[in-house]
Design a protein around this ligand. Structure first.
Ligand code: 4G1
Length: 247
C-alpha cells in the first residue's frame, strides 16, 4: 500500500515512519510512504505558502494555488482519494482504518497552524478526518496516526502469529489484564486461573475481564455492540459482583 503525505514539516515524520513495525514494513516494500514538502510547490522567490484571510482576523490561510499544485504533482493523484486531516473531519476509528486499508493508495494532507482555503476542500479533498477533540499545532501527528492504524491491516505488516484481527478492539472491547513473571511482585500475585493451564477457563476469564473493563471505563463501546449468550451471562455475573461490592 502506498501513502503520499503533503506537509510543511516532512521532518516530523521520519522517526515514527522509520521505527519498529512501520520501519520494517517500508523496508520490506509492503508499505511505501512518500513525503512531499508543500513549500516546494510555492513558485515565488520567497516560497510563500500562506496569506491573510479574506474578511480579516487573526491567523493565516494556506494558499489554494500552492496546495493544489502540491496535490496535482503527486504521481497518479487522480486515482487516489485525498484525505485532509482537520478537527472538522469525521472522527477516525477502527472501522475507518479497516476500510481505508482496502485502498491501494491514499494522499494525506496536513495543515500546520492554519486551515486551508475552502475551495481546495470543495474541489480536491475527498474525505476529511479528525483523530479527536483537542487543539493541536498541525495535522502531522494525525496523519501519522492514520498511517499507523491503517498499515496494521496490510497483510504481512504484523508478525505471522499476530494478526490485526486478534487485537481486542476489533470487537469493540478493551483488552483484558496482562501478567508476566515473577509470580509474586511486591506482594501482588498473578491470578491463579492463568497458571492453571486450563485454556477454556483462561479464555473465559480474559473475556470476563475485558467485558468488566469495558463496562467500567468505556460503557459507550458496549452500547453499540451485540452480545452472545455467553457474554450476556458474564455481564450478569459482573453486575452481581459489583452490586455485592457496593453493599
Ligand atoms: C478548533 C485535532 C481548532 C486538531 C477546535 C485533531 C481543534 C487534524 C487535527 C482545533 C487537528 C478543535 C485533528 C485545532 C488540527 C489547523 C492546523 C487545524 C492545526 C489545527 C477541537 C489547529 N485531527 N488542528 N486547530 O486544533 O489539524 O486531524
Amino acid at each position: 500500500m502506498r501513502f503520499d503525505i503533503l506537509t510543511l514539516f516532512p521532518e516530523m515524520f521520519s522517526g515514527p515512519l522509520n521505527t519498529s513495525i512501520l520501519g520494517k514494513a517500508r523496508a520490506n516494500g509492503l508499505l511505501s510512504v512518500n513525503l512531499w514538502d508543500i513549500r516546494d510547490s510555492a513558485l515565488d522567490k520567497h516560497r510563500i505558502v500562506d496569506d491573510t484571510p479574506y474578511g480579516g482576523g487573526a491567523g493565516m490561510v494556506l494558499k489554494p494555488d500552492v496546495l493544489v499544485r502540491a496535490i496535482e504533482s503527486v504521481p497518479h493523484s487522480a486515482q487516489a482519494p485525498v484525505i485532509y486531516l482537520t478537527p472538522q473531519g469525521k472522527v477516525f476509528n477502527q472501522k475507518l482504518a479497516e476500510e481505508l486499508a482496502r485502498e491501494p493508495h491514499l494522499i494525506l494532507v496536513s495543515g500546520h497552524y492554519e486551515e486551508i482555503d475552502e475551495r481546495v476542500r470543495q474541489g480536491w479533498v475527498d474525505l476529511e478526518l479528525s483523530i479527536g477533540d483537542y487543539v493541536l499545532t498541525g495535522g502531522e501527528l494525525p496523519a501519522l496516526v492514520v498511517v499507523d492504524a491503517v498499515s496494521r491491516h496490510i497483510p504481512g505488516v504484523l508478525g505471522d502469529d499476530r494478526s490485526a484481527q486478534e487485537d481486542s478492539f476489533q470487537d469493540d472491547l478493551l483488552d483484558h489484564p496482562h501478567y508476566t513473571r515473577p509470580y509474586s511482585f511486591r506482594g501482588k500475585e498473578v491470578p491463579q486461573v492463568l497458571l492453571s493451564g486450563h485454556h477454556e477457563l483462561i479464555r473465559r476469564w480474559r473475556l470476563k475481564e475485558a467485558l468488566r473493563r469495558t463496562m467500567l471505563r468505556r460503557p459507550d463501546l458496549l452500547e453499540r455492540r451485540n452480545f452472545s449468550k455467553e457474554e450476556k451471562d458474564i455481564l450478569d455475573e459482573i453486575k452481581k459482583e459489583h452490586y455485592k461490592e457496593r453493599r
